[in-house]
Design a protein around this ligand. Structure first.
Ligand code: TRP
Ligand code: SF4
Length: 428
């Protein structure tokens, strides 16, 4: 069985394994229902999800939902981080609440960054770029270490997470420092925070991540379930199915309140409800749970995107400067990196004309697809000309380099404007 390693950027060659082995659903099945899908959705860069239908339903019926992600301030923000930022911002534009965490506790505990560095990198690398890309002040940008709410929730979640479970996901062992473990559980608190009463209570929340991050999502979905007061499940009875509501640490009165409101049958530690849908019962249970001081969390949803390969063909990694382009890269340097990138071109020009290029193996094409060309038809033309052998790599790279230079220049101007707006986000 394949295991996904959330810390080391693994290349997932066979995405279909994720569907079969890990229970991730195909994003394609939802695509037709999304009003104006993001470029990453249209182009199948986002390929999978967990319960994203809950987010979509809320979006379509104008009910509350949110999107959140976090960034560890340990190095440069690059095009990979830009992908996640854009996904959060897109959800904000569709009416969702948006959350962006700077994982300074994680960077401090795991990467040994000083608090001062965390602050500087957090603002200069991640926050300025997120605002420049369109993150609006209605949303929430915060440093983990500054949020008592997140830290308190992390402590609470910690009661339901044991060492074996966390070590299976994160590879912890006897040598792992405790703060590292705290930062792992803090990430789960980041993910559940949008559902706290302070932000309007339980709601669908999507965490857009790379496929290797799924273990975090599964952990957090499990924790959400465990800290809740009630477990609501569909059961198969003799003739038809019914809904069972079990109270774990729930007060007796809360359970009888649920029996009353659902018209179900009350037992010692559970209520059986007939002739109601799962959604109806869940809704009632959530309301009662909140009334009795529980969290009533919904399991967080997720979307999974494919990774960009590194510009040299291997993996994109902050420790390999030639493999990525930082959002603060001088435009000239960014353009040069594109010119040096690995293409899907053939060995000779003749061969290229005869056989065509291989855009599927080309990091320049990837740049165009992920970042530089927004118009689908225009991209399709590039693709066709490449495989048809009429587009040659030299010119193609020049085109991409030009677009990259333009993007970086404009983005960096917007970053400078964002610097003047930090107070709108409560960051100054
Ligand atoms: N652990 C993530 C990283 O290594 C950062 C992170 C913190 C995060 N909290 C999060 C990611 C919540 C997604 C959701 O970059
Ligand atoms: Fe890549 Fe462009 Fe060459 Fe095609 S023509 S292989 S897209 S660089």
């Amino acid at each position: 069985m394949t295991t996904l390693d959330p810390w080391g950027a693994v290349k997932i060659d066979n995405y279909s394994k994720l569907f079969d082995e890990f229970g991730i659903s195909k994003f394609d099945d939802l695509l037709a229902r999304i009003p104006n899908p993001h470029r990453y959705m249209r182009r199948h860069v986002i390929f999978g999800h967990r319960s994203y239908d809950t987010v979509l339903d809320a979006m379509l019926s104008k009910k509350p939902f949110a999107a959140m992600s976090g960034f560890m301030p340990s190095g440069k923000a690059h095009l990979g981080h830009k992908m996640v930022m854009e996904e959060i911002i897109w959800h904000q534009q569709q009416g969702g609440d948006a959350f962006l965490a700077i994982a300074d506790m994680e960077a401090h505990a795991v990467r040994g960054k000083s608090w001062k560095e965390c602050r500087e990198l957090g603002i200069n690398e991640y926050i300025l770029s997120a605002i420049a890309l369109g993150f609006e002040p209605g949303g929430h940008i915060y440093f983990q270490s500054k949020s008592n709410q997140v830290k308190d929730l992390a402590f609470e979640l910690g009661i339901k997470a044991n060492f074996s479970e966390l070590s299976a996901i994160y590879g912890f062992n006897g040598e792992t420092n405790i703060a590292h473990m705290v930062s792992a559980i803090t990430q789960s608190a980041d993910i559940l925070q949008p559902q706290l009463a302070e932000f309007g209570g339980p709601k669908p929340v999507v965490i857009p991540v790379g496929a290797d991050q799924d273990p975090h999502i599964r952990l957090t979905r499990g924790l959400a379930y465990k800290v809740n007061m009630f477990i609501v499940e569909e059961r198969q009875g003799q003739e038809k199915s019914f809904i069972s509501v079990r109270g774990k640490a729930a007060p007796k009165e809360a359970l009888s309140e649920i029996a009353k409101r659902t018209g179900g049958k009350l037992y010692e530690e559970h209520v059986d409800v007939f002739k109601r849908t799962l959604e109806e019962v869940e809704k009632i249970v959530r309301r009662v749970e909140l009334q009795y001081g529980g969290y009533a969390f919904m399991p967080p949803a997720s979307t999974y995107h494919k990774f960009m390969t590194g510009l040299q063909g291997g993996k994109m990694s902050s420790s390999l400067p030639e493999s990525y382009i930082a959002l603060t890269e001088p435009p000239e340097e960014g353009a040069k990196k594109v010119m040096r990138a690995k293409t899907g071109g053939r060995v000779t020009l003749e061969e290229q004309k005869k056989l065509g290029g291989e855009p599927d193996k080309c990091s320049v094409y990837e740049l165009l697809l992920f970042h530089l060309i927004d118009d689908d038809n225009e991209l399709l033309e590039v693709y066709k000309d490449c495989v048809g052998g009429t587009r040659v790599c030299g010119n193609c790279k020049k085109h991409a380099a030009e677009l990259m230079r333009g993007f970086l220049k404009e983005h960096q101007e917007k970053r400078e404007q964002a610097r003047e707006r930090l107070d709108e986000f409560g960051l100054k």
